[in-house]
Design a binder for this molecule. Structure first.
Ligand code: GSH
Length: 223
């Protein structure tokens, strides 16, 4: 059985969990707080980041959400998430990179730092200027999703793909941390509400990070 080392608000672990669930791959959750720098964790991933996926019986350790997602895409045929022509696959990978890097760097990373790490690790108050900036940038990203959904049913094209899972994973964490104002983003909101109602998403919405509570609309699959 795969063991997934993660914490509930890690967006990269969320993306992987969505993929594993869509593909029907079983796993156990192992709680890891990467900022604690546990030796056994650093032995598995010297970069000290979640997610890490380990199969003890097979003695396989997989590291980095993109490498792990590609591993399952290559080894499990069910529900392909990087499919179509070479151009379509390149478009999926472009959007995965956009959400993993830009959305995380602009929005999820700063929100996690201000609202989670400062509270749990550094015992500091959040900086309201940094929070305002992250929320402003979140609007720009939601406008881009509105634009994509105006042209296509899913972010990268006609079918659901890893791009949708990557985006929804980042958005779900930003939403949990109260960083998203959905007003004026009807297309993004309707796309997200379809993703949220998939069975793969339910366990994520039910989970809570200690001390930090999400806004009331967070788990609402119609909102
Ligand atoms: N490129 C990596 C990024 C992983 C990453 O940045 N994980 C964060 C948590 S969301 C982390 O472990 N940060 C280290 C820390 O908080 O100390 C991936 O896709 O797996």
């Amino acid at each position: 059985m795969w063991q997934l080392y993660q914490f509930p608000l890690c967006p990269f672990s969320r993306k992987l969990r969505l993929l594993l669930s869509e593909k029907g791959v079983g796993y156990e959750l192992w709680r890891e707080s990467p900022w604690e720098g546990r030796d056994a964790f650093l032995n598995m991933n010297p970069a000290g980041r979640t997610p890490v996926l380990r199969d003890e019986d097979k003695d396989i350790t997989l590291v980095d959400s993109r490498a792990i997602c590609e591993y399952f895409e290559e080894t499990v045929e069910k529900n392909p998430m990087i499919s179509g022509s070479a151009a379509s696959r390149a478009e999926i990978r472009r959007l995965v990179a956009l959400f993993d890097e830009n959305f995380y760097g602009d929005v999820t990373g700063p929100l996690l730092h201000e609202r989670m790490k400062k509270r749990l690790v550094y015992r500091q108050s959040p900086d309201s200027k940094n929070l305002r900036e992250a929320m402003k940038l979140a609007h720009e990203h939601l406008y881009y999703i509105d634009y994509l959904i105006d042209q296509r049913p899913w972010l990268a094209g006609a079918t659901i793909s890893l791009a949708d899972l990557a985006a929804a994973a980042q958005i779900s964490v930003a939403d949990y941390l109260g960083g998203l104002d959905w007003s004026g983003h009807d297309q993004a909101r309707s796309w997200y509400s379809v993703i949220k109602s998939r069975p793969s998403f339910r366990p994520l919405l039910a989970e809570r990070m200690e001390v930090i509570q999400p806004p009331t609309h967070y788990g609402d699959v119609d909102g």
